[in-house]
Design a protein. Structure first.
Length: 218
């Protein structure tokens, strides 16, 4: 556990550097397309929205018809950037400072592989989600034959201390204690094609997993 915590600290530092380089323009079009493919119209989502691990709150800013848009990220204050209409809170996703059944829609995009305790994150997310609410979920998944190398990959890929196969992520999402039901899911090629060695290698070994999650009782 001590080694995992040390790796998590290193990951947070690396993620801070990456987040400061993020741009709204590229991600905006990509995320809108992602959500359309899962049947989500950002303008149709209303009520209270929570973006867990959403850095500046770029993704939350797309949902302009929500009454409240809140982003929680342990790096939020260090990023030193606030967006209009977004309330930012510096805290970890595993320990959310909200009452149960608070939010209508939650974003968990590319965050679970940054966490120290991913199962606890899911439990917390579903605790604060209303019974009728939904979670938009995304994570990179890797080919099964790479699993023996995940420990090494976690040390080399500093922002991502955890890595998952498709089997791993489905098993995590459907653990009994999380109370999760996968409502819709899709798997896509990782990123867009370009003649760059690192990009080509990434497309060969990983995919992007997308899902709409809801309470298992709904």
């Amino acid at each position: 556990m001590k080694n995992r915590r040390q790796r998590h600290i290193v990951a947070q530092r690396a993620e801070l550097r990456e987040s400061k380089k993020a741009t709204l323009e590229f991600d905006r079009e990509k995320v809108l397309h992602e959500m359309e493919l899962l049947g989500i119209d950002v303008l149709e989502v209303k009520g209270k929205l929570l973006d867990i691990g959403g850095a500046h709150g770029y993704y939350a800013s797309l949902f302009s018809n929500c009454s409240d848009r809140i982003v929680v990220d342990p790096l939020y204050e260090k990023l030193q950037l606030s967006l209009d209409g977004i309330t930012g809170i510096s805290c970890a996703g595993e320990n959310l400072p909200f009452p149960s059944d608070s939010f209508d829609f939650i974003i968990l995009r590319n965050v679970i592989d940054h966490m120290l305790e991913p199962d606890k994150l899911l439990v917390e997310a579903f605790r604060v989600l209303k019974p009728s609410g939904e979670i938009y979920f995304m994570v990179n998944i890797f080919r099964f034959f790479l699993k023996p190398l995940f420990g090494l990959m976690g040390r080399l890929d500093k922002p991502h201390p955890l890595h998952f196969t498709l089997y791993d992520i489905r098993r995590l999402l459907t653990m009994k204690k999380t109370g999760v039901r996968i409502k819709r899911e899709r798997i896509a090629r990782s990123g867009h094609f370009e003649w760059h060695l690192k990009r080509i290698a990434g497309m060969m070994i990983k995919r992007e997993y997308y899902a709409i999650l809801c309470q298992s009782s709904t």
